[in-house]
Design a protein around this ligand. Structure first.
Ligand code: AQP
Length: 340
């Protein structure tokens, strides 16, 4: 099978390991909605709870965060009537294919994964085996749908390359053309949103400093305060992109503005070049509040009816399994599992 023979299908997911940040929204979630609305693809969006437990999660919090993440997807524009919305553990074929891929992926490949190194930190011997194997399960999440495209932030590039390596090795080892070589979709002005306190660090939901990120549930005053306090340099904004070189904090705020406004960085600098941060930051805060507040209010409304969220997830799992069960069955046949 050539890749063009696969149904154009998008898969992506996020961990319910904390509240969503502006980084998650601009780097990934916004693209989920755009790709759904384009109408070219079947779209499957997932809460990856099996990934979340690679580091400790309080059980009650995990359940609450999973529902909250579903509400965030829907509030941002993922439509459960047009996209399949699922919780990973409710579709067992993810973990089943994950095991097969544990046996395809090589230790050396996994050891090169920078996200494992970042997350395990200095105490790698004490990290869970699941954290080490995370990218093989992620490959299974994608390939159990024969997904052709995966919208993600820039930090996931290496995991997507590994997904292609696993697909290629499986196809080669078993002499088949069964799994597609999935394309990452890393697009937009803010594919790597940086911390508001340190322009060299990714904005992250697990950063101990709440001031480092904008949470999707922050109210207008909190958003404005965090942007006002964001680290910057003393210079005015340049009029050309080149002028942002070696100014990571300034570049980050301009990128965020561009992504929120659906403008290019060039356009933002054409409008705001020469402005001091004392002027630019309030403009950015106003824009961020205008874009994020309606999503936060809708999330709150949706969280008022968790029974409905659970119903949507159960239905999504049924829809998903119509795709994943035959792909797992065929994988088992290829591998030589009796009874498949
Ligand atoms: N700062 C970011 N800029 C752009 N995109 C980002 N993503 C995450 N942070 C940024 C994208 O969001 C999606 C979901 O990621 P995840 O939930 O799997 O976890 P992550 O990548 O590890 O994100 P976090 O916020 O940093 O979570 P924690 O703190 O739990 O590790 C992915 O598409 C990612 O690229």
């Amino acid at each position: 099978m050539s890749d063009s023979q696969f149904t154009p299908r998008v898969f992506s997911g996020m961990q319910p390991s904390g509240g969503l940040t502006l980084g998650n929204y601009l780097g990934a979630l916004k693209r989920y909605v755009e790709m759904q609305d384009e109408g070219t693809y079947e779209t499957v969006y997932c809460m990856v709870d099996l990934h979340a437990i690679t580091v400790w999660q309080d059980p009650a919090e995990l359940a609450a965060k999973t529902r909250e993440l579903a509400a965030a997807y829907i509030a941002a524009g993922v439509d459960p009537e047009r996209s399949i919305l699922i919780n990973q553990s409710q579709v067992p074929e993810h973990a089943q294919l994950g095991w097969v891929f544990n046996c395809v992926a090589r230790m050396g490949w996994m050891q090169r994964m920078t996200q494992f190194k970042d997350k395990a930190g200095k105490n790698a011997q004490n990290a869970s085996l699941g954290l080490f194997g995370y990218p093989a399960l992620m490959a299974a999440d994608i390939l159990i749908y024969h997904a052709t495209h995966v919208p993600v932030g820039d930090d996931q590039k290496q995991h997507l390359e590994l997904t292609r390596d696993i697909a290629a090795k499986f196809n080669h080892d078993y002499g088949v053309d069964f799994f597609p070589l999935t394309e990452p979709v890393i697009k937009g002005a803010a594919t790597r949103v940086m911390s508001l306190r340190d322009g060299s660090k990714k904005m992250s939901k697990s950063d101990p400093s709440d001031a480092s990120r904008i949470n999707m549930t922050d109210d207008a005053d909190t958003i404005a305060k965090k942007i006002r306090k964001a680290k910057t340099d003393p210079d005015a904004l340049p009029s050309e992109v080149k002028g942002l070189e070696d100014r990571p904090e300034a570049r980050n705020l301009v990128n965020i503005y561009a992504a929120l406004a659906d403008m290019s960085v060039e356009q933002v600098l054409a409008d705001h070049g020469g402005a001091q941060f004392g002027t630019f930051k309030p403009a950015l805060a106003e824009l961020a509040v205008a874009k994020l507040s309606p999503i936060a209010s809708e999330m709150t409304r949706l969280m008022g009816d968790v029974t409905e969220i659970d119903r949507l997830l159960a239905r999504g799992a049924e829809q998903a399994r119509e795709i994943t069960a035959p792909i797992l069955k065929k994988t088992y046949e290829i591998v030589g599992m009796v009874g498949s």
